[in-house]
Design a protein around this ligand. Structure first.
Ligand code: ZN
Length: 229
């Protein structure tokens, strides 16, 4: 029931965001685009130049859009200004810190999951490589001096690809280790079951009629002569 509620809530939010564009919706998009650019510029000062040039180009478009009197054309032009203010590299740049964090988490968790020796070795190798990737990515992010959007795109795409590849290596090792853990759990369960069956096989049998106990394997009750099943 609770899930259904959240599903409806998510659907409502989805349709609210995807309704027809209005001056208000484009204005709120514009504000979040500007905010995003400001945040990224503070986080990555070496990207400030390219972020500024994206913003000022988009700002020119937005000013022109705001001067249009016909509502429909105005909204369309505002949308174009917003698109100009949100090139793909901005989203990639924005996502990199999250990818680095999830890679760091995966480095820790894969080593916890890898319990047998070969998995532990594979986990260690993948973790070392991931740590190298993280260091390289952070260094590249700090050293990059992109002067235009296509240079910025090349830098962040290369970093994203390396982070993704490194995460995939860790995930593969974790998957193998998780499979083995599952197998181990299964064989432990099977061993326990077999032990219980063995115990049952050697336990005394009880006559259903006179309730006297006899050694396992007894076919006929020594007290009352009833067959023992
Ligand atoms: Zn009996």
């Amino acid at each position: 029931m609770k899930n259904l509620f959240f599903l409806l809530l998510a659907a409502a939010a989805f349709f609210a965001n995807c309704g027809p564009a209005t001056v208000e919706s484009e204005t709120s998009r514009w504000n979040s685009n500007k905010e995003r650019i400001g945040k990224l510029g503070a986080l990555y000062p070496n990207f400030k130049t390219v972020l500024q040039s994206v913003l000022s180009e988009a700002e020119t478009k937005m000013k022109a859009a705001e001067a249009i009197s016909k509502q429909e054309d105005k909204i369309k032009a505002m949308g174009e200004a917003n698109t100009a203010a949100s090139p793909n590299f901005i989203y990639t740049l924005e996502g990199i810190s999250g990818k680095i964090k999830s890679l760091k988490d995966a480095v820790v968790s894969v080593q916890q999951k890898a319990t047998d020796k070969s998995d532990a070795n594979a986990a260690w190798v993948a973790a070392m490589s991931a740590e190298g990737t993280i260091r390289n990515s952070e260094a590249k992010l700090l050293a990059a001096q992109p002067t235009n959007a296509s240079e910025a795109t090349a830098v962040v795409d290369a970093i994203e690809d390396e982070l993704d590849a490194s995460k995939k290596r860790l995930d593969d090792v974790a998957k193998v280790a998780a499979g083995k853990a599952e197998d181990n759990k299964k064989s432990a369960e099977e061993a326990k079951k077999a032990e219980e069956e063995a115990k049952k096989a050697t336990a005394d049998v009880v006559c259903a009629y006179c309730k006297k106990s006899w050694p396992a394997g007894t076919k006929e009750c020594g007290g009352c002569g009833a067959p023992i099943k």
